[in-house]
Design a binder for this molecule. Structure first.
Ligand code: 3PG
Length: 210
């Protein structure tokens, strides 16, 4: 089912997942749910991404399921066919946005400049991923963007260099919807099937979130 703007902006922390084996997808999602996190971004950075999304969509319909690193129309179509509720990308690609919009599924394009914020708004994207957040100026830069753009209803989702230690610098800003991070379930922890650690990291992050 497509996510609504409210579904997404209610969440504060989104695990960014790189997964090598689609068989790990459901236990991984269950570990996050166990830790209290009911949203997940499966990135199209591995061959397992589409199957991982399909597996979670079938087994855990309560998980708010997103596809990340959707940078081609082909992967947009695969993500949509696999049953995602939303999509994200590190950059802004009008063709990918259009593919999701045609399917009625929200898309969160990546931005890193005022011009990209405006391009995203003109394409109807009120949620925008600020990437790579740490390298592009961090919370200070987002605070500056809030000046001209907050009144247009845009919300940002910083990822890239966000950690347990600095996430509240972002979450404290009213212009921020949620932060994303790969530390919540690393590629290695998933490969090791270390579900206990992943649940604990989810729980710790939620408990610490502003
Ligand atoms: C993303 O696509 O959101 C990032 O790769 C996540 O960045 P991180 O690994 O620094 O959390």
């Amino acid at each position: 089912m497509p996510a609504s703007f409210e579904d997404l902006t209610k969440r504060r922390i989104v695990p960014v997942i790189v997964i090598d084996d689609a068989n790990d997808a459901v236990p991984l999602a269950e570990a996050l749910l166990e830790g209290g996190i009911d949203i997940i971004e499966i990135t199209f950075r591995t061959a397992a991404a589409a199957d991982a999304i399909t597996n979670i969509a079938k087994a855990l319909p309560t998980m708010l399921l997103g596809a990340g690193t959707v940078v081609t129309e082909e992967n947009a179509t695969r993500a949509i066919d696999a049953g995602v509720s939303f999509g994200l990308a590190p950059g802004l690609n009008p063709a990918t946005i259009a593919r999701f919009q045609k399917a009625g599924i929200p898309f969160v394009p990546g931005i890193a400049t005022p011009s990209e914020v405006e391009q995203g708004l003109s394409l109807g994207c009120k949620l925008q991923k600020f990437f790579p957040a740490g390298d592009m100026g961090g919370p200070t830069f987002l605070k500056a963007l809030a000046g001209p753009y907050a009144s247009f209803g845009v919300k940002f989702c910083p990822t890239g260099g966000v950690s347990l230690g600095n996430m509240n610098d972002y979450l404290a800003l009213p212009i921020v919807a949620f932060i994303g991070g790969s530390w919540l379930a690393t590629k290695q922890q998933i490969a090791d099937k270390d579900w206990t650690t992943i649940s604990r990291q989810a729980r710790d992050a939620l408990a610490a979130a502003a």
